[in-house]
Unconditional design. Structure first.
Length: 206
């Protein structure tokens, strides 16, 4: 049992360490996405620097690696393995061993967790994301608020699913921590709006 749990963590972390944004940007553009924009290896920065196609591709593959991690963990150690693999994949996404521990902020992988736990919670939080984006055009705000809403909405549908609640709460906490610099700039009135192909002065200084 312990061996299965360890392998769940290991597989989850290694899958999480596969940075879709970095690989795709190097393959199709010959550049490392982390060298432009906010310096983040996530779907938002990929879209900002290289366009919607790149952003959506990054979102898809980041979600796919989380889905594979959850599936592998489930096969190896049931719901506990599923949870451990999910957390490990999140950590790998943010601090990837293959890319000098400079990864994304966990939003795309957290979104796949929400979908895997309960599709209704996912759709509700996706709606929250879209509404906030239309009002603010600040992806960081949308990401943090929607991530924090996931465990709360999840509790409404699956209150007794402790594994799901723990995983979504852990994902929300990680997303919040990873966006601390964004929240600081937001308080200071310096957080940039999302614009394709346009890098703000604040992002250049990160």
């Amino acid at each position: 049992m312990i061996i299965s749990d360890i392998f769940s963590v290991l597989i989850g972390y290694l899958l999480g360490s596969i940075c879709s944004a970095v690989l795709l940007s190097k393959i199709f553009y010959g550049k490392d996405v982390r060298e432009s924009g906010s310096g983040n290896a996530g779907a938002t920065n990929a879209a900002r620097v290289f366009g919607w196609g790149m952003g959506l591709s990054t979102l898809f593959f980041d979600g796919l690696k989380m889905a594979l991690a959850l599936y592998a963990g489930q096969l190896l150690a049931g719901r506990l393995g599923w949870t451990l693999a999910g957390i490990a994949c999140l950590v790998g996404h943010c601090w990837p061993a293959f890319f000098r521990f400079r990864g994304g902020k966990g939003v795309s992988t957290a979104a796949m967790i929400a979908l895997a736990v309960d599709w209704r919670a996912f759709l509700i939080c996706l709606g929250i994301f879209v509404v906030i984006f239309l009002c603010t055009h600040r992806v960081s705000v949308c990401s943090v608020v929607s991530a924090l809403c996931v465990p709360a909405v999840e509790a409404l549908f699956r209150f007794s699913d402790w594994y799901g609640l723990f995983l979504t709460a852990g994902a929300a906490l990680l997303v919040l921590v990873q966006h601390r610099s964004n929240l600081k700039r937001l308080v200071q009135g310096k957080e940039p709006r999302f614009t394709l192909g346009k890098v703000s002065k604040e992002e250049k200084q990160q």
